[in-house]
Design a protein around this ligand. Structure first.
Ligand SMILES: NC(=O)c1ccc[n+]([C@@H]2O[C@H](COP(=O)([O-])OP(=O)(O)OC[C@H]3O[C@@H](n4cnc5c(N)ncnc54)[C@H](O)[C@@H]3O)[C@@H](O)[C@H]2O)c1
Length: 261
């Protein structure tokens, strides 16, 4: 793939301070895009030091007005928005339909589903005016499977898959593409987003054998993910690029065949 395919594009990446979002922001910067990164966490300092074309905007995207403020700041700075990567997300504590707490449901749905939809709502007017744009939503294996997370995470990612397809069809005549990636298990900081007071060991035990089929094991038998953050970032960058210009409404598994089960 030619580097020029994302060169000079203005790219919003949410969740850019850690994990898949950080790797994605770095890859776009290396491919000479202009990256506007958003995260509730601290600035990824090395990324900012290494790349003058990186802008960081700190915000808790679930707060009212936070999405609109972030997008309007990006638009004011660059005058256009070519790519939106909805990557910020949190894990649930594997609660099931019989144990889910209201607060856990609201938190996971807000970050994983409401925020991406608000971001799409905020960027679409600019993309329509430009007659072009690409949106990539980071869903999950749990966006198409009922066996790989708790009920809140599973429902939020299934919702994001539906929203991705809806946006793809609705705006396909406006030159706007909307696709998603479905990563398998990836070593990131996502476990730190689990609220342990909502941890459901029975739900976790139902999930664990399923993920065991997909991960590798170290010499002591501890599960180790085989998918790296850069593997997911490359999939996202491909979907954002002109090489994928007729790929619209697709959900691409990045999981070394876990999706075949
Ligand atoms: N790690 C995995 O195994 C895996 C698998 C499939 C999908 N995913 C998805 O990948 C995406 C990235 O997760 P990750 O694994 O890199 O986790 P991570 O915890 O390393 O990164 C997530 C980032 O999102 C940010 N964030 C969370 N809530 C936010 C909010 N309200 N406002 C702004 N920023 C917020 C966090 O501060 C963090 O920097 C998520 O959508 C996750 O569901 C992860």
């Amino acid at each position: 793939m030619s580097i020029s395919s994302v060169q000079n594009k203005v790219v919003i990446v949410t969740g850019c301070s850690s994990g898949i979002g950080l790797a994605t922001a770095r890859l776009f910067l290396e491919r000479r895009a202009l990256v506007f990164g958003i995260d509730v966490g601290a600035i990824p300092q090395k990324l900012a030091d290494d790349h003058q074309t990186f802008t960081f905007h700190q915000a808790n995207l679930t707060e009212s007005r936070a999405v609109d403020e972030a997008v309007s700041r990006c638009q004011q700075q660059y005058g256009r928005i070519d790519v939106l990567v909805n990557c910020a997300g949190v894990s649930d504590g594997w609660s099931s339909a019989d144990t889910i707490h209201e607060e856990e449901w609201e938190r996971v749905m807000a970050v994983n589903l409401t925020v991406p939809i608000r971001l799409m709502r905020a960027v679409l007017p600019f993309m329509k005016e430009q007659n072009g744009g690409a949106i990539i939503n980071v869903a999950s294996k749990a966006g198409v499977s009922g066996a790989s997370a708790g009920i809140a995470y599973t429902a939020s990612k299934h919702g994001l898959v539906g929203a991705t397809k809806n946006v793809a069809w609705r705006f396909h005549q406006d030159g706007i593409r909307c696709n998603g990636v479905l990563p398998g298990s990836v070593a990131t900081n996502i476990a730190s987003s689990v609220q342990m007071e909502h941890f459901d060991s029975a739900g976790f035990n139902a999930f664990f054998p399923v993920v065991q089929m997909h991960v590798s094991k170290d010499s002591e038998g501890t599960p180790v993910p085989v998918i790296g953050v850069d593997d997911v970032a490359r999939g996202i960058a491909f979907l954002a690029s002109d090489e994928a210009k007729m790929i619209n409404g697709a959900m691409i598994p990045i999981d070394n065949a876990w999706s075949t089960m």
